[in-house]
Design a binder for this molecule. Structure first.
Ligand code: SF4
Ligand code: SF4
Length: 64
């Protein structure tokens, strides 16, 4: 199941303490930048969960 991104917690990539760290760690290309914000490409997400652990704002989760 693809991850969920809380856009309120994430905000703009320029304000990310990790400078868009989730994009850098996602090797599947499932997280991309669009108009300064994170956009998920769900069909590319392979469930590795690395972005969940990487996000300094805890903006990325999965439904439990
Ligand atoms: S690492 Fe977290 S806060 Fe930073 S851009 Fe990605 S989702 Fe947003
Ligand atoms: S779970 Fe893995 S593949 Fe999916 S968006 Fe996060 S880093 Fe990318």
């Amino acid at each position: 199941m693809p991850v969920l991104i809380d856009m309120e917690k994430c905000g703009k990539i320029k304000d990310c303490p990790g400078e868009g760290l989730c994009i850098k760690v996602c090797e599947a290309g499932a997280l991309i930048e669009e108009d300064g914000e994170i956009v998920l490409v769900p069909e590319n997400c392979d469930d590795c969960d690395i972005c969940i652990q990487s996000c300094p704002n805890e903006a990325i989760t999965k439904k439990s």
